[in-house]
Write a protein that binds this ligand. Structure first.
Ligand code: GDP
Length: 528
């Protein structure tokens, strides 16, 4: 029990959210460097490419120079075990990106100091808010000219609706970047090009009065810093751990990921203050991570990681108890007891067989199509974790079959691929169309590729007049029936048989909502 408590308390399971090009990959590399998980910076992208070089359908990924898949990286730091769950970002942005955020205990938001809060960040923040996930923020690219730090904090506060508590503060920016000041430790960390900026390799001054500091950064920079700090300390919020843990306040750091500057200050603070696994809700009761019995849920299914086998890997987040290789667990949805042999763990270097895993860890279960997203595994109790939803797609295409005789395979392929969770598949009530929804455009290409490769179906995807979807619910049978009749044109069923409103425009959706007050339009759907 005490090992269990210790192991749980030292877990930090998080994801990085950012708009493409803000510096997520670069920051990931630096964090892994501190964890000793990789020897050299610059290997995260290379590693991703190499791992899939032999996979055939991943040829698509190679062609595009992007990563369709994503992974989990575990590394030790300062007595903690850090689990960094990658959120697919560029063209490989998909519903998985959103759902990864349901499996973390906190998130780190990277913002480009020249660009401020961008569109993708806003969306990801909305997902974090569903569970009030604690957020820390790293304002990146300080070595370039950017916007005034105060303005950036203002923008985060107003656009993302979260208080900012600066922990470090920049001294200059771009070509006049001198360093950062740590507001809590009262330390100045100098920026000196060419340094590694580990604690051992940094010039650090205690307090602002150190005579040598004046000599190093100059009277003007020091005066500006004092003025700014006065302003900041008056206008922003002091760090409040309870507010941070409640998702109401974001500690903010400034730095330059590519120069590794300001990163260790972030990581030190992160491992100290970011939450360890906390109790999670199930349909019946909250489950505490230190409960003795094993439980966890599946938040992602990834196909063909190993090109030798056409298997899929189900990513399971451990929520309580302890996983030991070969143990048995109840797959609650099917009611079957299954042996969890040969689960994978995800060390930064490679995939390995997991001997054991603790709350906060992620293990990969081999899956031949029997495991679904949202599945709970337990030691026998009929638990079902909540909060692992489907998200309303933002892009829609109609499947176009080149050989009409393959319709059955097309149905089967679309249904099975949608079970992996990166796409969703809808059948309108009034037509024979098959409509595919996704949150990232690349998914249509991936599905077309895999339909051909795995199901022998030659299908394309064409534009369709749908901009968003909402799951329709109504407790009153009569109201629902009337709604169905009136809006049959816009209604469809998803792969789980649930009723969905496919809106041809935002305005149309708004009108439908106003005209049917007894009906709820949900942007997420919990798994059955
Ligand atoms: P991602 O798309 O969020 O993963 O962003 P990347 O980590 O791939 O970074 C996007 C680009 O910004 C790359 O060319 C990086 O080298 C560059 N970059 C990342 N961090 C910094 C930084 O601190 N300063 C500067 N000048 N460029 C950076």
């Amino acid at each position: 029990m005490s090992a269990h408590l210790d192991e749980t308390r030292r877990r930090r399971t998080f994801a990085i959210i950012s708009h493409p090009d803000a510096g997520k990959t670069t920051l990931t590399e630096k964090l892994l460097l501190f964890g000793g998980a990789i020897q050299m910076a610059g290997s995260v992208k290379g590693r991703k490419a190499a791992r899939h070089a032999t996979s055939d359908w991943m040829a698509l990924e190679k062609e595009r120079g992007i990563s369709v898949t994503s992974s989990v990286m575990q590394f030790p730091y300062a007595g903690r075990i850090v689990n960094l769950l990658d959120t697919p970002g560029h063209a490989d942005f998909s519903e998985d990106t959103y759902r990864v955020l349901t499996a973390v205990d906190s998130a780190l938001m990277v913002i480009d100091c020249a660009k401020g809060v961008e569109e993708r960040t806003i969306k990801l923040m909305d997902v974090c808010r569903l569970r009030d996930t604690p957020i820390m923020s790293f304002v990146n690219k300080l070595d370039r000219e950017g916007r005034a730090p105060i303005d950036l904090l203002d923008e985060i506060e107003s656009v993302l609706q979260i208080q900012c508590a600066p922990i470090t503060w920049p001294i200059g920016m771009g070509s006049s970047l001198k360093g950062v000041y740590h507001l809590l430790d009262d330390e100045v960390h100098l920026y000196e090009p060419g340094r590694n900026f580990t604690r051992q390799d940094s010039t650090i001054f205690k307090g602002l009065d150190a005579p040598e500091l004046l000599a190093r950064i100059g009277a003007q920079a020091l005066r500006e810093l004092r003025d700014e700090l006065e302003l900041v300390q008056g206008a922003s919020h002091p760090f409040d751990r309870a507010a941070y843990l409640a998702g109401q306040q974001a500690p903010v750091f400034f730095g330059s990921a590519v120069n590794n500057f300001g990163v260790q200050l972030l990581l030190d603070f992160f491992v100290e203050h970011a939450p360890a696994p906390r109790p999670r809700a199930t349909i019946t009761r909250p489950v505490d991570p230190v409960e003795e019995n094993f439980s966890g849920f599946v938040f992602k299914i990834q196909a063909n990681m190993d090109p030798q086998h056409r298997d899929r890997v189900a990513f399971l987040r451990v929520c309580s108890g302890h996983y030991a290789a070969g143990m048995k667990a109840l797959q609650v949805r099917t009611g079957k007891e299954v042996k969890l042999a040969n689960a994978l763990t995800f060390m930064a270097a490679d995939r390995e067989i997991a001997e054991s895993a603790w709350p906060g860890d992620v293990i990969g279960l081999h899956n031949h199509g029997t495991i679904a997203i949202g599945d709970t595994f337990s030691a026998g109790e009929k638990l079902t974790y909540t909060g692992i939803p489907n998200f309303a797609p933002e892009l829609f295409r109609r499947a176009r079959l080149r050989d009409p005789l393959k319709l059955k395979q097309l149905h089967k392929g679309l249904a099975q691929l949608s079970e992996e969770g990166a796409t969703q598949f809808f059948r309108p009530l009034l037509s024979n169309d098959l409509i595919l929804g996704a949150v990232g455009a690349l998914q249509f290409e991936v599905v077309a590729y895999r339909l051909r490769d795995e199901y022998g179906v030659d299908a394309g995807f064409e534009a369709v007049g749908v901009v968003t979807a909402r799951w329709v619910r109504c407790s009153d049978a009569k109201t629902l029936e009337e709604f169905r009749e009136k809006y049959a044109m816009n209604l469809a069923v998803d792969a789980a048989g649930e009723l969905v409103y496919l809106a041809p425009s935002r305005v149309n959706l708004q009108l439908a909502q106003e005209r049917a007050p007894g009906v709820t339009f949900a942007a997420t759907r919990e798994h059955a």
